[in-house]
Each structure stands twice: as structure tokens, then as C-alpha cells.
Unconditional design. Structure first.
Length: 302
């Protein structure tokens, strides 16, 4: 008979370094947590070649008109939803370009619905509802790499020709076997046994940040290290956009503000207007023809 009480996954192991977490003075306990957190960056550094390989393949799909999906449950699913939701305000991309799918739906974003992670049968229907297609890319996120819902989502997607990436924090998992590309930063046992919102969650967020940031930078939605397509939806962002325009194009603060207003608050349009000496409508046409890349738009200008 199988011993159901035993779990050999590294994400469930007990961390000997933090055994006294509940009785230590607060500062000492905080130092222990911080010491564990320092291990995360090293674990991510070890898998950077895999991250780069995933980014390059994701870029291929996005450049050809595909989309990027993150899928997961619990903390992992919420991290995917978070990263996807940050892409439109950061990069000015449409909200459907990068999407997060979490088991249990929107409710699971703010209230735990952990039983949903065991429902592998829901994965296919959730992906079908979002229209996941062969030309898309999908990243399955699971700390243990054994979550039934996430593993099935990756398996189903890969079977249909979608590019699949598995992001887990335990080696030799079902998710790693199911995915075309595996990214596995092994962070070791959590400070609080089994609480993968800690080191595993931090590692996952770091990797997801890299996937979206580098993929969209490769596609031209970043200029140098500036958010060149930021949307001016509030005063802070409008001020940032004007400052960025002035710095990138050598304009005075007043000229930058006036140009941005002429561009309808669209920073990328304003940059192309200035660099290519064209009108706002002409700049928008150039950007559309260049897939949103400012550099390509300027090269294509008359």
C-alpha cells in the first residue's frame, strides 16, 4: 500500500536552519528568513540559460502574432496573473497579449481555492475558454512541478502545438517532463515547511519578470532601459513620459509636454514624431508597420 503520509518533494521538506522560527526573537527570525531569501537569486542564476532559451522561443511566437499565457494554481497562479496584469501599463501592449489563467478563476486571485489544483479535468476547458492556440506560448507555473491542473494544462497545450515552458522549483517533476522547455530554480526547503509562497514564490516571480520583460524588450517595447510605451493614464505616468521624452530626444520640459500632448499622450508616438520629424498620424502608421518598435519605425520613416 502507498504511504500517503510521505512526501519526498523538496518543496515539502523541513528546513533544519529555521527549526526555531516560532520562538526566536523577532529580529533573529527576520535574519533567518532573509538568509533563506538570499539563496533565491543564486538558484535563478543557475537556470539563466534556460530562461534565455524560453524567452527566445516566446519571442518567436509573439512576433508571429501569438500570445503568452501563464497557467497555475494557488500562489503560482496568482503570480502569473500578477505578471500578466502588469504588462499593459508597463509596456503599452494590449491586455490580451499576456494573460494569466488560474485554477478556480478570478475568485482564486483573492481567496484561496486550493482544492482546484487537483482538478486536472478543468485545465483543458479553461484553456479552450481563453482560446489557447498552436501559435501561442504557455508557461505552466508550479512550485512542486506536480500540480495536476498545471501539468495537464501543459500536456494538453503541447499536444496541440503550443510552445510550452514549465517553471518549477523541484527537479525531475511531472511538469518538467511535460513541457518543451523547463526552467527549474531549486531553492530548497522553505523557511516555513511547505509554504511555497516564500522562496519558491520569489523565484517564480523573478523568472516571470524576466520572461515578460525580456520578451517585450526583444519585440521593441523598451528603448534602452526605458518604458518607452508607457500609457499616461495618471499624473505620475504623464510626468514620467514627459521626462523620458525630454531625456531621450533632447527636448526641453516644455517642448516635451507639448509634443506629448500632440501625440495624444502616447509616448512611443511622441518619440517617433521627434526622431523622424513626422506628424502624430504618420508616427502611428510607422509604429503599426513596425510592430510597435520605435527603432524600426524611425528607420522606416521617409
Amino acid at each position: 500500500m502507498e504511504d500517503t503520509a510521505r512526501d519526498d518533494r523538496i518543496t515539502e521538506a523541513v528546513n533544519a536552519e529555521t527549526a526555531g522560527l516560532d520562538v526566536l526573537p523577532t529580529l533573529e527570525a527576520a535574519r533567518l528568513l532573509n538568509a533563506e531569501d538570499r539563496k533565491v537569486a543564486a538558484a535563478v542564476e543557475a537556470v539563466l540559460p534556460d530562461v534565455a532559451a524560453a524567452v527566445d522561443r516566446i519571442v518567436e511566437r509573439l512576433r508571429a502574432g501569438g500570445r503568452l499565457f501563464y497557467v497555475g494554481t494557488g500562489t503560482s497562479g496568482r503570480l502569473g496573473v500578477l505578471d500578466a496584469s502588469e504588462c499593459p501599463p508597463t509596456f503599452g501592449v494590449p491586455p490580451d497579449l499576456v494573460q494569466g489563467i488560474i485554477a478556480g478563476g478570478y475568485e482564486a486571485c483573492h481567496r484561496a481555492t486550493e482544492a482546484s489544483e487537483d482538478d486536472a479535468s478543468r485545465a483543458a476547458s479553461d484553456l479552450e475558454d481563453r482560446g489557447v492556440a498552436p501559435g501561442d506560448a504557455l508557461v505552466g507555473v508550479s512550485a512542486s512541478g506536480e500540480t495536476p491542473y498545471t501539468v495537464e494544462a501543459v500536456r494538453w497545450s503541447r499536444e496541440r502545438g503550443t510552445l510550452t515552458v514549465g517553471l518549477a522549483c523541484a527537479p525531475a517533476s511531472a511538469l518538467e517532463r511535460a513541457a518543451e522547455i523547463a526552467v527549474v530554480p531549486v531553492v530548497g526547503p522553505e523557511a516555513l515547511a511547505g509554504s511555497t509562497r516564500l522562496k519558491a514564490g520569489t523565484a517564480q516571480k523573478m523568472v516571470l519578470n524576466m520572461l515578460s520583460t525580456l520578451a517585450l524588450a526583444r519585440l521593441g517595447f523598451v528603448l534602452g532601459n526605458r518604458m518607452s510605451h508607457v500609457r499616461t493614464t495618471n499624473r505620475k505616468l504623464a510626468a514620467r513620459a514627459a521626462r523620458t521624452l525630454a531625456e531621450l530626444c533632447g527636448l526641453t520640459a516644455g517642448d516635451a509636454k507639448a509634443t506629448l500632448e500632440a501625440a495624444g499622450g502616447e509616448l512611443a508616438t511622441a518619440i517617433v514624431m521627434t526622431r523622424a520629424a513626422v506628424t502624430a498620424p504618420e508616427a502611428r502608421v510607422l509604429l503599426a508597420r513596425s510592430g510597435g518598435s520605435i527603432e524600426k519605425a524611425v528607420v522606416r520613416s521617409p
